[in-house]
Design a binder for this molecule. Sequence first.
Ligand code: 4NP
Length: 174
Amino acid sequence: MASSPYQVLCVCLGNICRSPTAEIVLKHYVKLAGLAVEIDSAGTSNYHPHKAPDVRTQRVARARGYDLSHLRARQICREDYDQFDLILAMDEANLSDLHWKVSNLVQQGELDETVLDRLALMSEHDPKFPRQAVPDPYFGQASDFERVIDQCESAAQAWIDYWQSNPKILRRQS
Ligand code: 4NP
């Protein structure tokens, strides 16, 4: 049986600020670590379908060497819950939205309840910002966008450390 890469979905509200940043930062750290992990991102809302990431997000990311310009926003969909092994919410509101959506689908017999175990916070293992929200910067200032990328870098490194300490987690059969 062939193995396929472990799949991670980063999720925020709009999919134009935090989760695209998390996606690209996590991809960067995964590549550096040589791990077989594929990453995508989505929003719990459909506020900005097909839009490129917010220009403020792109500017702050570019200053640290990350290019987000090719990304386009989309809303999380039913198929994502089957596809992704791990779904990382940027804050508690995103996490509770995901819990609500998955619980409804479980009740309708559309999803297995084990999907609930795949939901986690981006900051789950982050030693610098333990289980803290990656705060929504959309109505904020430049420093709020800096904070998003600081936390995404710290949280992404923590996920890499976690996977390297628990390599069996990344083994999945297709
Ligand atoms: P994100 O930020 O969830 O990090 O992408 C937001 C983007 C847009 C809105 C809110 C948050 N909005 O209200 O349009």
